[in-house]
Design a protein around this ligand. Structure first.
Ligand code: GLN
Length: 454
């Protein structure tokens, strides 16, 4: 009840929830009370969570924050949310996001922008919470849920976590089932939690992760007790500092934060080593070929026949055209056009195939570093703190917006786990985050090292 009334008070301003499931929340909480009374509490019994609108929730609003999915109420539940409910969690509602998870500011949502609960000192200007999981991050930061599900294709868990002073982990590709999660770029998409601290993130991920027959890319490995990794010493661990992440013109505050993080790790007994990931500079351009290519294919299914919106036309081809023209927003259309172009017969080799080769090289860079005994890599999470809503520079130049992902996309391209953890405030009092990157399926290392920083 406390969370529901907090949402009823604050959501009008923050716009973090696109649907609040009051009745369902109360029914689930009551069932949890009964289970607790019977001594049958699950790991998350009675814990109220917000769910990103990308996850299919049975008979509940699931629209990926898009007009084209108007009225879509799936008849099935995503594996990730089913796992959470099986452990006793309670659903508060569905969280706002960038349309189809395409964006870095939560401004591409059909439902309008989410407002970051943080304010710069001496200013009352609205800031973005980051994206695409902006609703998840803002809701956690504003105490409108105890934790939230999110997804990350190029940074959408870690960048909003950094912008809101919360913890977000993108697990290794394959750790969580993608079944029932609306697809953006299938070879990059992964679900993960956004939470108030590292321990909460560890507890949530433990529930979300599982192998699943319905997603053949999910991996059949035991899910460790992540919580147990927290507080274990990092003494003797090797932490790599990649020289290619030292960007020209990087704000001094980000540089200073990174140095502070290095000092904390060293003070805790870790060994700091300089490393090189030579193909880093190609990651962002390659991502913005691979991700739109997969998106253009995945989004072909929204045709006015099977889901949501239908705008009538003269004939069926006209109906498709009218529906897609009215149903998709600008950024989604841009991605579909780029993706269709790079996959077209004349350009496939020059763009898509080349980007896939670059992706292999990026993956090898990391493999070599881990082969040299590095346990985790420490970098900034974002190149800046949260920026203003309707920022002119970002709005007029999509490439500027894409630069937000500079430190996060490599992790998705290589399929590795990455965590963003709050590490300090900038001169205006806004949160800044650091990122730790780990070996495949070694999320435990991330919880352990991130806890030193938080
Ligand atoms: N900002 C990136 C994009 O727009 C990443 C989004 C995401 O991780 N879903 O593609």
């Amino acid at each position: 009840e406390a969370y529901l009334s907090a949402i009823d008070t604050a959501n009008e301003k923050l716009n973090a929830y696109v649907a609040v499931t009051h009745d369902k929340a109360r029914a689930m909480a009551k069932a949890s009370d009964e289970k607790i009374a019977r001594g049958e509490a699950g790991a998350l019994e009675g814990i109220p969570l917000g769910i990103k609108d990308l996850f299919a929730t049975q008979d509940v609003h699931t629209q990926a924050a898009s007009h084209i999915l108007d009225g879509f109420r799936p008849k099935y539940e995503s594996t990730v949310t089913a796992n959470l409910w099986a452990d006793g969690a309670v659903m508060l509602g569905k969280l706002n996001m960038d349309e189809f998870a395409m964006g870095s500011s939560n401004e591409t949502s059909y439902y309008g922008p989410v407002i970051n609960p943080w304010r710069a000192e001496g200013s009352n200007a609205d800031l973005v919470p980051g994206g695409s999981s902006g609703g998840s991050a803002a809701a956690v930061a504003a105490l409108l849920c105890a934790g939230a599900t999110a997804t990350d294709t190029g940074g959408s868990i870690r960048q909003p976590a950094a912008f809101t002073g919360t913890v977000g982990i993108k697990p290794t590709y394959g750790r969580c089932s993608r079944w029932g999660t609306v697809a953006f770029a299938s070879s990059l998409d992964q679900a993960g939690p956004i939470a108030r601290d590292v321990r909460d993130a560890a507890i949530l991920l433990k529930s979300m992760a599982s192998v699943d027959d319905r997603d053949t890319t999910s991996v059949d490995l035991p899910v460790p007790d992540y919580e147990a990794a927290i507080g274990r010493s990092v003494k003797g661990m090797k932490i790599g500092i990649p020289r290619e992440y030292r960007l020209d013109g990087m704000p001094e505050e980000i540089e200073a934060l990174w140095k502070q993080g290095i000092d904390w790790m060293r003070d805790a007994g870790a060994e700091i080593v300089d490393i090189s990931l030579p193909h880093t500079k190609y990651a962002l351009p390659a991502y913005y070929i691979v991700a739109p290519a997969e998106a253009s294919s995945n989004l072909a299914r929204y045709d006015g026949v099977r889901y949501g919106l239908r705008v009538p036309g003269k004939d069926i081809a006209d109906m498709y055209e009218q529906t897609r023209a009215a149903g998709f927003g600008r950024e989604v259309k841009r991605r579909i056009m780029i993706g269709t172009y790079v996959l077209s017969a004349g350009y496939y080799d020059a763009y898509y195939l080349k980007a896939q080769k670059v992706r292999t090289l990026i993956k090898r860079d990391f493999e070599q570093v881990f082969d040299q005994g590095v346990d985790a890599i420490l970098t900034p999470a974002t190149p800046s703190a949260a920026f203003g809503v309707a920022d002119q520079e970002m709005a007029s130049d999509p490439v500027k917006m894409y630069l937000n992902d500079i430190f996060t996309v490599t992790v998705n391209m290589a399929g590795l786990p990455g965590i963003a953890v709050p590490a300090g405030l900038d001169a205006k009092g806004l949160p800044l985050g650091l990122q730790l990157i780990g070996k495949p399926f070694e999320e435990e290392t991330l919880f352990r090292t991130a806890h030193v920083i938080e």
